[in-house]
Design a protein around this ligand. Structure first.
Ligand code: SF4
Length: 429
C-alpha cells in the first residue's frame, strides 16, 4: 500500500494541526512564562533524577504500586513478561506508548504467543496495516480515510462510521483482556503517582477492566510535584493538538481492590544522553509532537523516513545522541530554520543540538562517507561543477529517486528546467 501519494497532502494535514496549536498558544497570555517555567522544571529535574526517582519509588511503594527498574529494552520486555506470567495473562490491551515501541514489546510478546491489541485508534490502524506509527501523537496521520476503510475491510470511508467499527471491535477486546499496558506521560515524585493522557479513554477502560495494569516510563518522565504537573498539562495538549486539555488526564495512585499496578522505570540509553551535557536538553521532551508538525522536512518526508522510533526533530536528536553512527544521519534531515525551537513547549534548543550532532556524526562516520562529504564540498564550492551535477541528476532515471526517497512516498518527476534556468528566462531575458 502506498502510504501517501499526494506529496502536499501530509504537509497540509500537519500544518492544519500546527495552526490549531498556534491559536491555542495565543489564547494563553502567559504562554511564554509557562514555557520558561516548564523548561526550568525539566532542567532541574533531569539534573536531579537520582533524588526524584528514589522519592517517587518510595511514595509509589507506600501507595501499593509495585516498582521495577529496567536498564534496557531487553530487561523491560522480560519484566513485562514475568508480570504477565504471574497473572497467567495471555491477552493484553495496550494504550499508546512510544517506550513500548522503542523496546519492540509487541513483537517480543507476539513471538511468545501473547495477543497484543493496540487500543488507541491511530495505533490500532497501523497495527492492522502492519506498519509503524509515523508520528508520536498522530500515529496514522500518513493514511487517508479511504485507506483506513481498506484496512478495516469496510466499504464506507466515513470517519464516524469507521470510528464506530473500531469501537465495536475494540470493546470486545477490552472485555476479554487479562492485562492492560499503558505508557506514562508524567510521574509525580512527591505523590508516588503517575499520569496517563489520552483523548479516547482507552487507557482508562483497559486499566479498569483488566486485573493487572503494567505502566512503563522512561526515567525522564518524572516531575517533582503536583503543582509542576499543572504547568505541563496546560502546555501538552495545546502544543500537541490545540486542545485546552487532553480529554482524559488520569492520575493513577493506587490499585483498586483485588488488582495490581506494576510500574517499570526504564533507562535504555537515557543515562548516556544525560552524561553528554550538550545533549541533555533533549530529555526535557514531553512528546507533544509540535516540532514534527512545524518541521518543513517532516511535513514533506513523513515519519517513516526517519530511522529511529521517534521521528522528526526530537527523534533526530534523541536517536543521534544515543547512537551517532546508527542514527546520526538524521541530524541532516533539517533545514535548521529553528521553527521547532519556537514551538517546543519546553524550549529545547533543537536546531542547535542538530547542528552539534552533525559535527559529531562527521567525526564518527567512516572514511567512505568522509570522501562523499569531501566530494560534496568541492561540488558546492564551484558553481559550474554544481550546475553540471544538477544536470546529471535531472536526467537520472526515475527509479534512482524512488530507491533513495520513495520507500513510502510517490516521488514527483524532476522539473524539466532548474530554478536558475527559469530565473534567467523570466528575469534576465
Ligand atoms: S521536542 Fe518539544 S516540540 Fe518536539 S515533541 Fe518534544 S516537547 Fe514537543
Amino acid at each position: 500500500m502506498r502510504l501517501f501519494n499526494d506529496t502536499d497532502w501530509l504537509n497540509r494535514a500537519l500544518w492544519y494541526v500546527r495552526k490549531k496549536r498556534d491559536a491555542a498558544a495565543k489564547s494563553v497570555p502567559e504562554w511564554e512564562e509557562l514555557r520558561k517555567a516548564a523548561s526550568n522544571i525539566k532542567a532541574h529535574t533531569i539534573t536531579h533524577l537520582d533524588r526524584y526517582l528514589e522519592e517517587f519509588e518510595k511514595n509509589a511503594l507506600k501507595n501499593g504500586i509495585k516498582v521495577h527498574w529496567a536498564i534496557d529494552a531487553k530487561e523491560h520486555n522480560r519484566i513485562v513478561e514475568s508480570i504477565l506470567q504471574k497473572f497467567g495473562a495471555k491477552k493484553i490491551v495496550k494504550s499508546k506508548s512510544m517506550l513500548t515501541e522503542e523496546c519492540e514489546l509487541n513483537p517480543y510478546l507476539e513471538n511468545r504467543g501473547y495477543e497484543v491489541i493496540d487500543t488507541d485508534l491511530g495505533e490500532r490502524i497501523v497495527q492492522l496495516a502492519k506498519q509503524k506509527p509515523s508520528h508520536i501523537v498522530l500515529p496514522a496521520i500518513h493514511l487517508k480515510k479511504e485507506q483506513v476503510a481498506e484496512i478495516f475491510k469496510q466499504n464506507s470511508s466515513d470517519p464516524t462510521y469507521l470510528t464506530g467499527v473500531a469501537r465495536e471491535q475494540l470493546r470486545k477486546h477490552f472485555e476479554s483482556a487479562d492485562a492492560a499496558i499503558t505508557g506514562v506521560n508524567f510521574a509525580i515524585a512527591n505523590e508516588g503517582a503517575f499520569v496517563v493522557c489520552t483523548n479516547e479513554g482507552n487507557a482508562d477502560l483497559g486499566t479498569s477492566l483488566a486485573k493487572v495494569h503494567i505502566a512503563v516510563m522512561g526515567i525522564e518522565k518524572i516531575v517533582p510535584t503536583l503543582q509542576d504537573l499543572g504547568v505541563f498539562l496546560r502546555l501538552l495538549a495545546r502544543s500537541a493538538t490545540g486542545q485546552a486539555i487532553t480529554t482524559y488526564s488520569s492520575i493513577f495512585k493506587k490499585p483498586s481492590e483485588g488488582k495490581e499496578i506494576h510500574l517499570i522505570i526504564v533507562d535504555n540509553g537515557r543515562s548516556k544522553i544525560l552524561s553528554e551535557t550538550k545533549f541533555t536538553n533533549a530529555l526535557k521532551c514531553i512528546r507533544c509532537g509540535a516540532c514534527m508538525n512545524t518541521c518543513p522536512v517532516f511535513r514533506r518526508s513523513g515519519g517513516h523516513e526517519y530511522n529511529y522510533v521517534i521521528p522528526g526533530p526530537i527523534g533526530s536528536c534523541l536517536g543521534a545522541a544515543r547512537d551517532i553512527k546508527k542514527h546520526g544521519k538524521m541530524a541532516f534531515a533539517s533545514t535548521l530554520c529553528g521553527s521547532c525551537d519556537n514551538v517546543c513547549p519546553v524550549k529545547i534548543d533543537l536546531h542547535e543540538q542538530l547542528l552539534a550532532l552533525r559535527g559529531k556524526y562527521k567525526e564518527a562516520v567512516s572514511e567512505r562517507k568522509d570522501k562523499f562529504y569531501k566530494l560534496a564540498f568541492v561540488i558546492l564550492k564551484y558553481p559550474l561543477l554544481y550546475k553540471a551535477a544538477t544536470k546529471i541528476l535531472q536526467f537520472m532515471p526515475h527509479s534512482f529517486y524512488k530507491k533513495a526517497w520513495g520507500s513510502s512516498r510517490t516521488v514527483p518527476k524532476a522539473a524539466k528546467k532548474s530554478f536558475s534556468e527559469i530565473y534567467k528566462e523570466r528575469i534576465e531575458g
